[in-house]
Ligand binder design. Structure first.
Ligand code: SAM
Length: 267
């Protein structure tokens, strides 16, 4: 396997375990999380006390908002760094929710839950990270297995068609003492991004350069519909943004899906 192959197999372990991830996506903050949480609350008919899985919860920014609405929440993520950030907050900012909010390290391909949750959420493009379709499909199968029959799946993904039309191949930003260069391309059905961060120590010779990689398989609504159907998940609604606008293949920035588990498949 060449070095690109290795990066493509491990990028998500490196990138999401680094504090630069939280820096780069600073705008994906609590206010942004409140917007989609509002859409969830408006559209998913859940009773207070229902059990919710925030799958790939990151630092728990959505988990805490969902817990604040009276639900019991488990946030799971592969990143030890992000889970430790979430747990730190559980001792400080989130402390009033300790009885109904917890965080665990788990891999989305091997969750191991069976008919436990009333809702699973997967937010901010936390899907399609694997080179093989089989592994990406396994995630949907694990989500379905985790849900009780009748439970809901709320999914916030990119709109592949919008990404294909509007890709910015290159940009450069300055932040504090850092220059961040992002180079994007679409190839082999994936959107791929190289992130190069040059930190200026102020002293000249100590400048540090770090580089990261991101890649997401560009599944369309029809690809996802098939994947969901194969796993007993029926699509109830789609939206194109966090305010709940209708999904439009050409113009919507997001593809947001509310689905329901209708069949409990034998696994
Ligand atoms: C784009 S971030 C979004 C995090 C969070 N949902 C948010 O909106 O802040 C994607 C998340 O997926 C997690 N992740 C990546 N691969 C994973 C895996 N195999 N199993 C579980 N989580 C994973 C990352 O660690 C990261 O926290």
């Amino acid at each position: 396997m060449n070095s690109t192959g290795k990066i493509e197999d491990n990028w998500y372990k490196q990138w999401f375990n680094n504090k630069e991830y939280l820096e780069l996506y600073k705008h994906r903050n609590s206010a942004d999380a409140k917007a989609i949480a509002g859409l969830i609350m408006k559209n998913v008919p859940l009773k207070k006390g229902s059990y919710v899985l925030d799958l790939a919860c990151g630092n728990g920014r959505h988990s805490v908002i969902i817990a604040s609405k009276g639900f019991k929440v488990l946030g799971v993520d592969l990143s030890t760094f992000l889970i430790s950030e979430a747990r730190k907050k559980l001792k400080s900012d989130y402390s009033r929710y300790t009885r109904r909010l917890s965080f665990e390290i788990r891999d989305m391909r091997k969750l191991g839950f069976k008919n436990e949750f009333d809702m699973v959420v997967n937010l901010f493009s936390s899907f399609a990270y694997f080179r093989s379709d089989r592994q990406n499909k396994k995630v949907i199968s694990e989500i379905s297995a985790s849900l009780k029959t009748g439970g809901f799946f709320f999914f916030d993904f990119l709109n592949e068609s919008y990404v294909r039309r509007n890709l910015v191949p290159f940009d450069m930003t300055k932040r504090n003492r850092k220059v961040i260069i992002q180079v994007r391309e679409i190839t082999g059905g994936f959107v791929k991004k190289n992130i190069i961060i040059v930190s200026n120590s102020g002293g000249g010779s100590d400048n540090a350069v770090s580089s990261f990689y991101e890649m997401i398989r560009l599944y369309s609504l029809s690809d996802l519909r098939k994947m969901f159907k194969d796993n007993g998940l029926r699509i109830l609604k789609t939206f194109g943004d966090y305010s709940g606008s209708k999904f439009n293949k050409k113009n919507s920035e997001r593809l947001i899906i509310l689905a329901q588990k209708t069949i409990n498949l034998k696994r």
